[in-house]
Write a protein that binds this ligand. Structure first.
Ligand code: ISJ
Length: 91
């Protein structure tokens, strides 16, 4: 990163942002498929134990990569909530 111009650094962020959106789209798509399975089995949208596992993993991965775990956990909290809104809308 050292020695890169402001424009080059911003181009790098733009490319990362695109990857992030692609990953969010993939996560949302899989969660929609999870919702289909739940609907078939008459299971509730929310699974608190699974949410705890996801949040714990998020914290562990944040530490592994040396980023603030509150930031990472807040991001995952939002992703989970958005998925549940989407799952409920599709019921
Ligand atoms: C996707 C699921 O549905 C909900 C959303 C979750 C998520 O976004 O990670 C986790 C648990 C559920 O409350 C699931 O059960 O796996």
């Amino acid at each position: 990163m050292d020695g890169m111009s402001l424009d080059e650094l911003r181009a790098e962020i733009e490319s990362i942002d695109q990857e992030l959106v692609e990953l969010i789209a993939r996560r949302t798509y899989v969660a929609e498929t999870v919702a289909d399975v739940k609907r078939e089995r008459d299971l509730p949208t929310t699974d608190e134990r699974q949410e705890e596992r996801v949040m714990e993993r998020a914290g562990e991965n944040a530490q592994r990569f040396g980023v603030d775990d509150n930031l990472v956990k807040a991001t995952f909290r939002l992703l989970i909530e958005l998925n549940k809104v989407e799952q409920r809308d599709n019921r």
